[in-house]
Design a protein around this ligand. Structure first.
Ligand code: NAI
Length: 248
């Protein structure tokens, strides 16, 4: 039996990048996987087919994590089709970078809505269900930027830092309900998000990383599978940094 057989995993923002790697890794570990995507229906359908071919159930649902009604509807549908959600991975996230003195309020608000409000909504709906069932795993994808801050990312750093203290609080409140809550804090990972960086910025990142390279989405997914699985049963409220040694 695979380590996540009989588990039902829900991943936000699953159609590309780190989310896609998490959906695939969860399926490979034996879990049924439901994921949300924003626009790319064709990509989501292809991913669902690819993962289903591994012998698990997998389906994508179109939803904006910042839209409470949409998330309530989608989660209801997922529970009806998959059964209780046992693993939640809050992965969806955006950045809107500008140095602080030039950052506009809409840029601040947009990041908060997706990276923080979206996590609140999704987690509250699913955690209630997990609490009733008496078990569950919540894994929030933060960032190295939430631990250190970063030039041009006051909004993103604030949201990702808040995600860490939010998770620590969940861990304290929900342990008695059998729920573990942890954070994965990636360093700079090779996805669309970092493809937008200039060559000079990427070289600077590599120079500041002891391993001298960006991370791969799979390397984040491996950490998520660990935190979802039986080998992390006594781990809660922790930040698992997967960053090539960039911050320690
Ligand atoms: P990406 O830009 O490739 O993917 C982001 C995902 O979030 C996409 O699937 C997108 O559709 C989804 N998303 C964005 N806004 C959404 C919304 N309103 N509703 C639903 N889904 C939405 O980025 P990547 O790199 O895969 O990022 C995944 C997570 O990892 C994010 O939370 C990001 O902040 C975090 N992260 C990424 C790092 C990197 O270097 N790539 C480093 C540290 C953290």
């Amino acid at each position: 039996m695979k380590q996540l057989t009989k588990q039902v995993c829900f991943v936000t923002g699953g159609s590309r990048g780190i989310g896609r790697a998490i959906v695939t890794a969860m399926g490979e570990a034996g879990a049924d996987v439901a994921f949300t995507y924003q626009n790319s229906s064709a990509q989501a359908l292809a991913l669902a087919e690819e993962v289903s071919a591994k012998g698990v159930k997998c389906r994508g649902y179109q939803a904006d994590v910042a839209n409470t009604e949409q998330m309530q509807e989608v989660i209801k549908q997922v529970i009806a089709e998959f059964g209780h959600i046992t693993i939640l991975v809050n992965n969806a996230g955006i950045n809107r970078d500008k140095s602080f003195l030039k950052m506009t309020k809409p840029m601040w608000d947009e990041v908060m809505r997706v990276d923080l409000d979206g996590v609140f909504t999704t987690t509250q709906i699913i955690a209630k269900d997990m609490a009733e069932a008496g078990s569950g795993r919540i894994i929030n994808i933060s960032s190295i930027v939430g631990q250190t801050g970063n030039f041009g990312q006051a909004n993103y750093a604030a949201a990702k830092g808040a995600l860490i203290s939010f998770t620590e609080t969940l861990a304290r409140e929900l342990a008695a309900k059998g729920i573990n809550a942890n954070v994965v804090a990636p360093g700079f990972i090779d996805t669309d998000m970092t493809h937008r960086l200039t060559e000079a910025a990427l070289n600077q990142v590599k120079a500041m990383t002891p391993m001298g390279r960006l991370g791969k989405p799979q390397e984040i997914a491996d950490a998520v599978v660990f935190l979802a699985g039986p080998h992390s049963s006594y781990v809660t409220g922790q930040v698992l940094a997967v960053n090539g040694g960039m911050y320690m």
